[in-house]
Ligand binder design. Structure first.
Ligand SMILES: *Cc1c(COP(=O)(O)O)cnc(C)c1O
Length: 424
């Protein structure tokens, strides 16, 4: 049975006891902000998920680089259950021990001194933008601070973060955008120097440079070590803050806990979300003490850092460490890239390259390839492998960090079949 035929059947399994509904009925009540693939997933374990028709998939999406420990991980099940039975939400009117413990872990395992907790990547970046603006006003006397970001970046869907995002497709029809942003090509130091010279010509305006250590949504494009070393140097010389958006690449996915560790530099501020809670919503903005200019009342979040989310995130962090998942990420990442490079050799004109760090990898299709990334993702789904595009030309592989050698091997075999079917 094809996926489209599947989708015409009920989306909800009778086993769950809920009223079955079709995709049409779903779309009647849920805003159609997403282009959804025509399956509904109802169960998961480890790196596998099952749809409402009982079909099994190997999950190399992991909720878009989010389910760090895969599905139904015993440590997460235990943490969720135990914390729910103890205390799940109070307020930041009070001290929250789990929040303090999570902050301590993050600080001990990064270059940062302090953390602020929120609920998503966009919100973490909002916090970083606010902190950088306040720092520019209060520490450098800048009246109209500008934050430089990169073309092809992705920083979220709020108004400030679509403005920070250097991709017009996310901004179209949502103007007026936020003032105070300027875009430069990624990994291009001359363009960055030019931009700063122009913006700061009369008086200093550049408050911060905000970038991803590896561009995720924009096409799985790793940052260049030389480039980022020079960016760090420029920031130090001029008092500009370096903000790194670690929402997708952070929390072990790159083979290091933080993406910036692959670049040999430290940011002043960085953000985390996706993988931090292993699929439970949580975001964090961390900074070094020299730029922590927030005071009580400056920033807040009702849900941010509640006992439930923090306990689960702490469990994810501790499991990452206890099970030496960074080692697994490096080994499995290497295995996956080598396998993909072998497959790519059979399609020299359609596939341009395979790139990435650890377990965030992209297979880049050439501009003349007879298929798009969505075509490949659909074909892989037919083979029982979940993948996600990163733009029209890049197929992204972001499995849970617990993925095994066997699972990588199976995924490669499925992917090879999928490519053959879509190329035919
Ligand atoms: C996903 C993503 C965001 C936005 O995160 P949300 O939780 O969806 O708000 C921001 N930055 C990067 C690099 C991301 O990959």
């Amino acid at each position: 049975m094809t996926l489209v035929q599947n989708s015409l059947k009920a989306l909800t399994s009778p086993a769950t006891g809920t009223t079955p509904f079709s995709p049409q009925q779903f779309d009647a009540h849920v805003m159609t902000t997403y282009g959804r693939f025509p399956i509904a997933l109802e169960r998961g374990r480890g790196c596998r998920v099952w749809d409402t028709e009982g079909r099994e998939y190997l999950d190399f999406v992991a909720g878009i680089a989010t389910c760090t420990l895969g599905h139904a991980h015993p440590a997460m099940v235990e943490a969720v259950t135990q914390q729910m039975q103890t205390l799940h939400h109070v307020s930041n009117l009070y001290y929250v021990p789990e929040q303090g413990e999570l902050a301590r872990w993050l600080v001990q395992h990064s270059c940062a001194d302090r953390a602020f907790f929120c609920n998503s990547g966009a919100e973490a970046n909002e916090g970083a933008i606010k902190l950088a603006r306040k720092y520019a006003h209060t520490q450098r006397g800048i009246q109209t601070p500008v934050i430089i970001t990169a073309q092809a970046s992705f920083h979220g869907r709020t108004l400030a973060t679509i403005t920070a995002t250097g991709q017009p497709k996310y901004q179209k029809n949502f103007d007026p955008l936020m003032p105070g942003f300027f875009y430069v090509p990624y990994n291009d130091i001359a363009a960055l120097r030019d931009a700063i010279a122009t913006l700061d010509a009369d008086q200093p305006q550049v408050a911060a440079i905000m970038m991803e250590a590896l561009q995720g949504e924009g096409g799985v494009r790793p940052g260049d070590v030389d480039y980022f070393k020079q960016v760090r140097q420029i920031c130090d010389e001029k008092g500009i803050l370096l903000i790194l958006d670690e929402v997708q690449v952070g929390m072990g996915r790159s083979g290091q806990i933080w993406g910036y560790e692959n670049l040999g530099i430290e940011p002043d501020i960085f953000t985390s979300a996706k993988g931090l809670g292993g699929g439970i919503p949580i975001g964090a903005m961390l900074c070094k003490s020299h730029c922590d200019v927030f005071q009580p009342g400056d920033h807040a979040s009702t849900f941010g850092g509640n006992p439930f989310a923090c306990k689960v995130a702490l469990t994810v962090c501790q499991t990452l460490e206890k099970d030496d998942l960074l080692k697994n990420v490096r080994l499995r990442g290497e295995q996956l890239r080598l396998g993909l490079q072998e497959i790519a050799k059979c399609y020299p004109t359609a596939i341009e390259q395979v790139r990435g760090w650890g377990l965030i990898n992209g297979l880049v299709l050439s501009e003349t390839a007879p298929m798009t990334s969505v075509d490949v993702v659909k074909a892989a789904m037919q083979e029982g492998l979940l993948l996600v595009p990163a733009g029209p030309q890049v197929v992204r592989f972001v499995p849970p960090l617990i993925v095994s050698a066997d699972e990588v091997q199976i995924a490669l075999a499925k992917f090879e079949k999928a490519l053959a079917s879509v190329a035919a």
